[in-house]
Design a protein around this ligand. Sequence first.
Ligand SMILES: [Cu+2]
Length: 348
Amino acid sequence: MKPFVALMLFFACNVHADIKSDSRAIGHAPIGVSADHFHKKGESMISVRHSHMKMGGTIFNGNDISFNDVLAMPNPLGNMPSNLSVIPTDMTMQMSMVGGMYAPTDSVTLMMMGMFVSKDMNLNTYQAMMNRDLLGEFNTSSSDISDFSMGALIKLKETGISRLHAEIALQHSIGSRDTKGVVLTPMDKNMNMTLPYGMQSGDGATRLILGMTHVKKLNNKMRWGNQARIKIAVSKDHWAFGDHTEVNSWLQYEVNQAVSLSSRLKWIHQSKISGRDPAISAPVQTANPENYGGREWHIGFGINLLTQLLPGNRDRFGLELMMPVEQQKNNLQMKTDYQVIFGYQKTF
Ligand SMILES: [Cu+2]
């Protein structure tokens, strides 16, 4: 986190007045919002984004619950053992996205994106019966290219004070869904087994993404953006992560041409996992498809910067910090602590 802030301050101090370009830091949404802007005919852009998310602790239907409470819950996947006996303590999820945009006309911008995901989880294993003593801690991890998407943004309206565009895209999950890891079982044995759904990099599904984005100038300094975006599985295998709806509303303030600040409210709704993989079976919450999805509210603060690092158009940097306000996750899940998103964009 700290290196990012230092990096941002460094760039903020290196901002040049650029009279030949009409691009402004405020011209793009906060960096965590996808598909927020279209391009002019003939323009292209490459982008790299990295997101770091941290989770820790357990909630049941949105309320904090202790590890002892979790150990008292039945193991829904069988009676060997009869109670949950393995508890995730914390998890980090890193996502790297590499994208390209190209506008063949003023009204259509084509987009492509690839995503790489890496996940790391620490867990505690407890005795299955009797005193439920802590047997030990262990770690599982996975990393893979998770999905690839292609789509288009269609400009519907652009006036001096507002713009409106639609997004249509297809996303195909190509990440591994049978990653294995060594797990400490409640029988105090190490076993190599298929990791639970949340630790897999993909589910093999193809999803349709539909979105609508509206950005309005409130005055010379302020912009208000709104976006609704849904991801629906149109083809899925024996199991799939639930359909996803995300609504974003952000306010941006222009400090100057090269610097803008933002605040953002994000609402997400995701359905639980559909189907199941018989190979995923362990007395841990993440092995249960019911323990996925839910409703969440997050609030975020960010900064967009333009600076001249490489030749050509100015380099665009974005940084955003998102924090949960409310987490109404389904059943038993880990709690989200925060998410940091950092991005770089270059237009040609
Ligand atoms: Cu772009």
